[in-house]
Design a protein around this ligand. Structure first.
Ligand SMILES: C[S@@+](CC[C@H](N)C(=O)[O-])C[C@H]1O[C@@H](n2cnc3c(N)ncnc32)[C@H](O)[C@@H]1O
Length: 250
C-alpha cells in the first residue's frame, strides 16, 4: 500500500485547530519509552506542532525532529525552541548520527510502508529503540458514536471516519516488526484516560483530521453541522494511546 500524499500534507492548513483540539501524550508513556531506550540522541518522525516533542524535550532529551510541512514546523519551533528541526519527509532525511531512539506520534502511517523499517534501522544505533504510538479518540456513548458514524457514512467518509472501528495501527506495525529479523524485544502498551470535549472543540478535532479535511468544503461543512446538532453542549470521550515498541537487533 502506498502512502496517500495528498492526505499527508493537509495538516498545515489547520494548525490552530490541531493545536487546540488534539491531545498530547501520557507522561507515563514518555517515562516508559525513555526507560526502554538506551541513553543517547532521539529522533522524532512527523513531529507536527510538537505535541509529543514538548513532552520528550521537557525530559532534557537531545532531540532531532523531521517534519515536512513548513506551517507545522513553524509551530513546532515556536513550541519547542530547543529542538533541532529538519524540514522534509523522513524518506529524504539523511541521519548525521546514530540515534538511541526513533519515535513517531500519530505519523508513522504517513511514511512509505515499503521503506520505513529500512529507514528506521539505518537511523538507529545498535540496540536502539523504536516507539510508535497513536491516540484513539472514542466517543464513550456507543449510541452517539453509531449516530456519528452514520453521518460520516452518509457523507462518503470510509475508513478515515473517527467514529467507525478501524484496525489498530500499532497491531499493523507489530506484524511488520514480527516478520523483520532486524528488530527484537517487541512490546505493546495502552494508556487510557477520559476527557470532555465541548462541541466546538470536537468539531475542531474533526477539522484537524485528514479524512475530513480532504472532503470538498460543502460536504465537510454539511457533515460538521450534522455532527454539531447531535452533540449538544459536548461529548464524553475515552482516549486511548496505543504504543508499539521494538529494538534494533543488529
Ligand atoms: C497527524 S500529524 C502528527 C503530528 C504530531 N506528531 C502529533 O502527534 O501531534 C502527522 C504529521 O506527519 C507529518 N508527515 C506526513 N508525511 C510525512 C513523512 N513522509 N515524513 C515525516 N513526517 C510526515 C505531517 O506533516 C504531520 O505533521
Amino acid at each position: 500500500m502506498t502512502v496517500d500524499r495528498e492526505r499527508s500534507v493537509v495538516f498545515g492548513e489547520a494548525v490552530s485547530q490541531y493545536e487546540s483540539a488534539r491531545q498530547g501524550y501520557p507522561a507515563q508513556l514518555v517515562t516508559e519509552v525513555l526507560g526502554y531506550a538506551p541513553v543517547g540522541p532521539l529522533l522524532e518522525v512527523g513531529a507536527g506542532t510538537g505535541k509529543a516533542t514538548a513532552a520528550f524535550a521537557a525530559r532534557g532529551a537531545d532531540l532531532t525532529c523531521v517534519e515536512p510541512d513548513p506551517r507545522m514546523a513553524a509551530a513546532l519551533t515556536a513550541n519547542c525552541p530547543d529542538v533541532r528541526v529538519e524540514l522534509g519527509r523522513f524518506e529524504d532525511y539523511v541521519p548525521d548520527r546514530a540515534f538511541a531512539l526513533l519515535y513517531s506520534a500519530q505519523a508513522w502511517h504517513w511514511v512509505d510502508r515499503a521503506r520505513r523499517w529500512d529507514l528506521a534501522h539505518a537511523a538507529l544505533a545498535p540496540s536502539g529503540a523504536v516507539a510508535i504510538f497513536w491516540n484513539r479518540y472514542v466517543v464513550t456513548d456507543p449510541e452517539l458514536r453509531a449516530a456519528l458514524a452514520a453521518v460520516d457514512d452518509r457523507h462518503g467518509l470510509d475508513s478515515t471516519s473517527l467514529h467507525q472501528n478501524t484496525p489498530l495501527r500499532t497491531e499493523d506495525s507489530g506484524h511488520e516488526l514480527a516478520r523483520d529479523p532486524r528488530f527484537t524485544d517487541l512490546g505493546h502498551r495502552h494508556y487510557t484516560h477520559t476527557d470532555w470535549y465541548a462541541a466546538d472543540r470536537y468539531v475542531d478535532l474533526l477539522r484537524s483530521m485528514s479524512g475530513y479535511r480532504i472532503l470538498d468544503p460543502g460536504t465537510r461543512e454539511a457533515l460538521l453541522r450534522e455532527v454539531s446538532a447531535l452533540l449538544g453542549d459536548g461529548v464524553d470521550m475515552t482516549l486511548v494511546t496505543d504504543l508499539a515498541l521494538a529494538r534494533r537487533a543488529r
